[in-house]
Design a protein around this ligand. Structure first.
Ligand SMILES: [Fe+2]
Ligand SMILES: [Fe+2]
Length: 240
């Protein structure tokens, strides 16, 4: 028996509780997801039937967080390309790097990290085995914001010829900065979001989503702020 083969009343019997309106959702999609099940059911079903849980986002917030990550990774790729060019002593576009850093500094701090903080706090409360990694990830949000602001300052100082560090040092620092950002995102994609999808129910995701407010991602918006024009052009040159 596989996960998709379970009919709702069997799931209810195995879980020992009703699944209410989740029944309709699962029947529409044809796939049972951890997030579509009452708390604890996913673990029961996995244990009793060695079920593979569907890994597609079941809540719009999960999709949004993954979209944010994809945007951030693309902006990091723009920054990295400029830094590598700088490392080869080629001409680089400092304004473009500063635009990328403005995005990397401001957007996650205002709109992405606050939501994840609520989500990961709930996950830590719900699943003791996830508590340490959740709390470390939350603490890292603060660190990433300060590191982003600091690296922005370095770029600006180099551009104005006011920096005491060399361009080589800037490239080295920039690579470390990008690596830390990517490691943070990879941890969430590979570990924390799947754990949250497994352990948290729709009400938990809704609670985190309430923190989100209106999405104002300039890479998502239909009206694209003119100030990011150079960044948009650079992003359009990246492979899809
Ligand atoms: Fe994060
Ligand atoms: Fe994230």
């Amino acid at each position: 028996m596989n996960f998709t083969g379970l009919v709702p009343h069997v799931v209810e019997a195995l879980c020992g509780q009703g699944i209410g309106d989740r029944r309709d959702r699962a029947q529409v999609t044809g796939v049972w997801c951890a997030g579509a099940l009452p708390r604890g059911c996913a673990a029961v079903l996995q244990r009793t039937h060695r079920l593979r849980l569907a890994r597609f986002p079941v809540h719009p917030l999960a999709k949004r967080l993954r979209d944010d990550h994809r945007h951030l990774l693309r902006v990091l790729a723009v920054l990295e390309a400029q830094l590598e060019a700088l490392g080869r002593a080629e001409d680089v576009d400092f304004d473009l790097m500063l635009d990328a850093m403005t995005y990397i500094t401001e957007f996650p701090n205002r709109l992405h990290h606050p939501v994840e903080d609520v989500l990961f706090e709930q996950l830590a409360d719900r699943d003791a085995s996830a508590a340490t990694v959740c709390r470390e990830q939350i603490a890292e949000h603060e660190r990433l914001f300060h590191d982003s602001a600091a690296f922005y300052g370095l770029l600006e100082a180099i551009q104005m010829d006011e920096a005491t560090l060399t361009r080589e040092q800037l490239v080295t620092d920039g690579r470390a900065f990008i690596e830390a950002q990517r490691a943070h995102l990879a941890r969430e994609e590979a570990k924390l979001l799947p754990m949250a999808e497994q352990a948290l129910d729709t009400a938990d995701w809704d609670r985190a989503a309430l923190t989100a407010g209106e999405v104002d991602d300039p890479l998502d918006a239909t009206s694209r702020p003119a100030r990011y024009e150079a960044l948009y052009r650079a992003l359009s040159r990246l492979p899809a």
